[in-house]
Structures are given as C-alpha cells and as structure tokens.
Design a protein around this ligand. Structure first.
Ligand code: ZN
Length: 114
C-alpha cells in the first residue's frame, strides 16, 4: 500500500470560481487552492474544509459537502480556540524553529483517550 501524496497548497484569487477554496483530488498531484483575500479564521476554516475533501474523497454530493462543511467548521474551531494561527514570514526567511513545549509540572506524556 502506497502512502497518499501530500497536497500542495497554492494561493490565488478565486473570484472566477465563486469559491474561497478548491481541492483537486488527483492522486499524483493533489492540490488545495485558497483565495488570497481570506481573513485568518476563515483561512483556517477553508483550509480544513479543502483538506477534508482530499482526505475523505468518498464524501461527495450535497450530503457529502454538508458533512465536509460541518467537519471543517468543527475542526477549525477547535484549532482556533487552541490558538493555532498561520504565521506570515518574509519570503526568503528561514521558518521559525518550533521547540518542544512541555507544560510545567507535567513529567509524562498524557495518555490519549482514543
Ligand atoms: Zn467543499
């Protein structure tokens, strides 16, 4: 079983498409397109929505779109409330190194509920 290829993410104005985002599910070149004019929270929601289209290609039609929409809103809301935001960096800068963060007083990794 081969691993799914990770989608490229491209930013452009999607005015002609009447959409804030689009997912192209070509297995050889999966692509997520996002409109450049999205605000921070809407950007996160549309990114989650389009990523779900790639991850769950069987959810199609009106019913599938409604489910993707619901899941995208739910996941992006959890991420937003936990403080996840896009970090904008100058074009040729090195990405910020993320160090491990361990809340004070906690010594072991908490067990996952699922
Ligand atoms: Zn959709």
């Amino acid at each position: 079983m081969s691993r799914k290829k990770k989608p490229r993410i491209v930013y452009r104005k999607l005015g002609n498409e009447w959409a804030w985002g689009q997912a192209h599910q070509d297995p050889a070149d999966p692509l997520i397109e996002l409109d450049t004019r999205l605000g921070a929270k809407q950007h996160l929601e549309v990114l989650c929505h389009e990523a779900l289209h790639i991850a769950l290609p069987d959810l199609v039609g009106d019913k599938g779109e409604k489910e993707i929409d619901r899941l995208g809103k739910e996941v992006s809301d959890v991420l937003w409330r936990d403080g996840y935001r896009k970090v904008l960096l100058p074009k040729h800068s090195t990405p910020i190194k993320i160090t491990k963060h361990r809340p004070q007083g906690r010594k072991r990794k908490p067990k996952n509920d699922c």
